[in-house]
Design a protein around this ligand. Structure first.
Ligand code: HEM
Length: 492
């Protein structure tokens, strides 16, 4: 290793020395001793998997095997409830749901009672022996829940949707143990939803196989893209960790390292932007919008007039968090926001002042999304947020860090600009199209075109597009981008 390449040049050393003098007035550093290590938060930075478990979660056995087989069967046979062109699939859904719910409702007929040969019951989750088994149980039950709700034919009434106790009770119990929302989350679709293609090879993106609801490559590639961003983020976690563990933040060596690491961070964020951009090549927007995204909807994702999900035998279904999964629940992205001190809640006085649209947006969204993360990951974020050496404050005091800090913020702002474009293409534009047609004949094509025009009118009348969390999409994402820009020191 050439150590000279890591030393500052003469003018840079002069600048750093001046900065050092000024830094004595800056934030006080605290010794790094007795700091919890990332691994205590289930964040495996050293083994390169970050918020992913270091190995895939093993299939559950014993009494829990019934959940695993129900999920296998659902993946094989179930389709979205509005897919009415394949009667055999519709029937498979009816039978599967009856079996899962058999513990709630007595069988109606002899033919249905035959279906209960695998006896469903409310399985006690005390038998799950460790964190990994609890995570697996959450993932399997959350997928079963999504299959249960979204394979139902579209409701013609506003009646609540009852989630049978066979799913609801163990899901809520295991969610309480993990301190995560009792619904499909980013962890269930990305962090815990994979196995190794070749078990003799390490955990890398090319060696991970993701499972899907729709059976499409588009859905698989959507998870791969999110996973790629998540694994790319491990390098950021290392940077945050190194900074937290510096014995002192004010000496010349530390300032020089921090400046270098912030520049490196800007480079990593640029790579994540490329990853997000890359989704266009591998995920078809129409397939995503019509065949993948409906599986992600949570309770009342389409608005407050939609039927609510009620968890049988679980107290206070009304107050639990039941939004759908989103990369907004990725702990890596939250860690980045915390490290750079992005003020999504508009609590700080920063320039340029928030627009009236910014103020109208859902400023509590990012904080709410943390409740959809595993509790241990949230603890890591809390730990990071409690740092006694906030980097933005240090950058304000230390000219040598200011520019690299602003470079990292600029990179994150550009990432959010790019993400807005993607979200608009995949959701806002696609909401004006019609679902894929069952037949390719010219009459059908003409009917489809007419239908599309009608749908566009309807979409315009329906108001703004919503995220899976039910929020107003464009307003939310732009507010996040503007909050990022507001962190720039040179404008303040
Ligand atoms: C087809 C690709 C994607 C689409 C359509 C999409 C769409 C969305 C939507 C609609 C939201 C609003 C929150 C909600 O769900 O209610 C959101 C939030 C978010 N997404 Fe994506 N997303 C995509 C890919 C990604 C990827 C690959 C990342 C990885 C970095 C990402 C990171 C985020 C973050 C961090 C948020 C929270 C809001 C913010 O930080 O600006 N998204 N996304």
């Amino acid at each position: 290793m050439n150590i000279y390449s890591h030393l500052p040049s003469a003018p840079e050393a002069l600048r750093l020395s001046k900065s050092l003098l000024r830094s004595f007035l800056g934030p006080r550093s605290t010794p790094a001793e007795n700091q919890p290590t990332p691994i205590e938060f289930d964040v495996h930075i050293n083994s390169d998997t970050g918020f992913f478990p270091p190995q895939p979660l093993a299939r559950l056995t014993g009494p829990f095997e019934i959940w695993e087989s129900a999920l296998d069967e659902a993946k094989e046979n179930l389709v979205l409830g509005d897919n009415d062109w394949d009667a055999s699939k519709t029937q498979a859904g009816v039978e599967w749901r009856a079996r899962v719910a058999s513990v709630s409702t007595p069988p109606l007929s002899t033919s249905q009672s035959i279906l209960t040969c695998h006896q469903w019951s409310v399985i006690n989750t005390d038998g799950l022996q460790n964190l990994r088994q609890q995570q697996r149980a959450h993932m399997v039950l959350a997928w079963i829940l999504s299959y249960y709700v979204h394979s139902m034919p579209p409701s013609t009434t506003s009646d609540d949707i009852i989630i049978p106790r066979s799913i609801a009770v163990p899901l809520v119990t295991v969610s309480n143990a993990l301190r995560i929302a009792p619904i499909l989350t980013f962890a269930d679709t990305v962090l815990w939803n994979w196995e190794l293609i070749d078990r003799t090879l390490p955990v890398t993106i090319d060696n991970m196989l993701f499972h899907t609801f729709s059976g499409t490559d588009d859905e698989r590639n959507f998870y791969v893209t999110s996973a790629r961003a998540e694994l790319g983020g491990v390098e950021m976690l290392r940077i945050f960790n190194d900074y937290q563990n510096l014995p002192n933040v004010n000496d010349l060596t530390s300032i020089s390292k921090t400046a270098r690491d912030l520049n490196k961070l800007a480079g990593v964020i640029d790579q994540l932007t490329e990853v997000i951009k890359g989704v266009r090549a591998v995920v078809d927007p129409h397939v995503f919008y019509w065949e993948v995204r409906p599986w992600f909807e949570g309770s009342q994702s389409r608005g407050p007039d939609e039927p609510k999900w009620i968890y049988e035998d679980c107290a206070a279904s009304d107050t639990v968090d039941l939004s759908g999964p989103s990369a907004g629940q990725s702990s890596v992205m939250h860690a980045l926001d915390i490290f750079l001190d992005i003020d999504h809640k508009l609590k700080e006085r920063r320039a340029p002042a928030p627009s009236s649209e910014n103020k109208r947006s859902d400023t509590g969204f990012m904080e709410r999304m943390r409740r959809y993360m595993p509790g241990k990951h949230r603890d890591y974020l809390t730990h990071l947020a409690a740092s006694s050496r906030p980097i933005r404050a240090l950058a304000i005091q230390s000219p040598a860090i200011r520019e690299p800090y602003d470079a990292a913020v600029t990179a994150l702002k550009k990432l959010r600009d790019q993400h807005i474009r993607i979200a608009c293409l995949y959701i806002v534009s696609m909401s004006r199209t019609t679902p894929p047609a069952g037949c390719g004949c010219p009459v059908s094509a003409m009917m489809e075109k007419l239908e599309q025009e009608r749908a566009a009118d309807k979409a315009a009348a329906k108001g703004p597009s919503r995220g899976t969390g039910g929020n107003e999409l464009a307003l939310l994402l732009k507010a996040g981008r503007d909050a990022t820009r507001r962190a720039m020191i040179k404008d303040n």
